[in-house]
Design a protein around this ligand. Structure first.
Ligand code: FMN
Length: 388
């Protein structure tokens, strides 16, 4: 075998899951609107509220939830990744969390159809592209192509410091992540040993090789961003981009701002010769009637955790938002959708019309709220032509 330094080929020429009609992602794309669940493997989920509920960070709670989402026909399940100092974000979101990569990896064995997406901080040691490529290919084979990565670079200063360095500058993080992924993607497709000398990052490789290759080109790749650098990164590497509402978490305001934002993300993908789709994560607060839903919402908000606080972040995606902080923190979600089943289905339809290709749902009280969504909203999404 030769040991060559190969020239990096542009992404557009590489095989991706969407190219294979039988890949789980290509099958999910037959749905008019992708449906995902944001799995609460961290204390408090996305809501800093003390109102009693079942939501729990444990593996048993979350694996039961993902199994149920799989049975209900959800396409995707995501877990977040965070490295918080003692105390986390306050009493409710207190930092207790099981690891996204490990817990979702375990869930590949107990699910059938759903694609599992783990959030991974590619810049934090001890990840090396070789680990990432090998573990990703392994999970791809175990899950038969139902594996994906949400690539994050770490926007909180405390996390970088925990790993032993000051936070790396925002745009440089994306340049380093690009080098990391160039290396990983080569390992997933090169038929020969591969050597690599990155310019910015420490991950040198000499004569590196990974086999087996992933079943459908590579696992699904996703990133979450609102910045120029992050969108540029997404246009080259991601199949799906988590976008946030640039202006407000209130749904009506978000619906005004999202069409231009989603169109921009997609057009940057097209400029790279790629199809990049958009997904957004709403907090769903749904009850039989609009009044009951708002009463539930207001009770969640009224129990806002007085100790809740943010940690220093340089994320661009949430800049310029005019939210009522205490309320949006207590209820949670990048956007909030409150109402009856008919209203929720209608809002999801409007998100589709705004250029959003998928929703990744959060709930306040996950197990019963997911059940209610499955019984009352899913049939309406089918009627509206959003789900097959
Ligand atoms: C839906 C969603 C999920 C995210 N999950 C994580 C996560 O698990 N861990 C993390 O460190 N950052 C997470 N982020 C933050 C992003 O990685 C990123 O830092 C943020 O969107 C800002 O990116 P930007 O500065 O490029 O706009 C998430 C963002 C969104 C919108």
């Amino acid at each position: 075998m030769s040991d060559t330094v190969v020239a990096l080929r542009p992404q557009a020429t590489a095989a991706i899951p969407e190219d294979f009609p039988d890949s789980p992602y290509a099958q999910a794309l037959r749905q008019p609107m992708l449906l995902g669940l944001f799995v609460p493997i961290q204390a408090g989920g996305w809501s800093a509220s003390t109102l009693p509920r079942t939501t729990d960070w444990t593996f048993d709670y979350n694996s039961a939830l993902v199994k149920r989402a799989d049975e209900l026909g959800f396409d995707l399940a995501f877990g977040l990744s965070q490295w918080l100092p003692k105390g986390g974000y306050g009493e409710v979101m207190n930092g207790m969390a099981i690891d996204s990569f490990m817990s979702l990896a375990a869930m590949t064995a107990i699910t059938k159809r759903i694609i599992l997406v783990a959030t991974t901080h590619v810049l934090y040691g001890p990840w090396h592209p070789l680990h990432f490529a090998k573990y990703g290919a392994t999970l791809d084979h175990i899950s038969k192509g139902r594996w994906g990565f949400n690539i994050v670079t770490g926007h909180r200063a405390v996390e970088h410091e925990m790993f032993g360095w000051p936070r790396i500058e925002h745009d440089k993080r994306y340049d380093m992540a690009a080098e990391f992924l160039d290396a990983v993607q080569h390992l997933w497709r090169e038929e020969d040993n591969f050597s690599y000398e990155p310019k910015l990052s420490p991950w040198r490789m000499k004569g590196a090789f990974v086999t087996p290759k992933p079943l459908y080109g590579r696992p699904l790749l996703i990133n979450a961003t609102g910045s120029d650098a992050g969108i540029r990164f997404a246009s080259k590497y991601s199949d799906l981009v988590f976008i946030t509402s640039p202006t407000t978490s209130e749904i009506e305001g978000a619906l005004e701002a999202l069409p231009a934002h989603a169109a921009r993300v997609k057009s940057e993908g097209r400029a790279q010769g790629r199809t990049v789709r958009t997904i957004i994560n709403p907090m769903i607060v749904c009850r039989e009637t609009e009044k009951e839903a708002w009463d539930y919402h207001d009770a969640i908000a009224a129990h806002g955790d007085p100790t809740a606080h943010f940690l220093d972040s340089d994320a661009h995606a949430w800049r310029g938002r005019g939210d009522r902080q205490a309320e949006s923190r207590a209820v949670g979600g990048n956007i909030r959708i409150v109402g009856s089943p008919e209203q929720i289905a209608d809002y999801i339809l409007r998100l589709k019309k705004a250029g959003i290709d998928g929703v990744q749902l959060s709930f306040f009280d996950f197990a019963p709220d997911l059940e209610f969504f499955g019984a009352r909203v899913l049939p309406l999404l089918k009627q509206a032509g959003l789900r097959n």
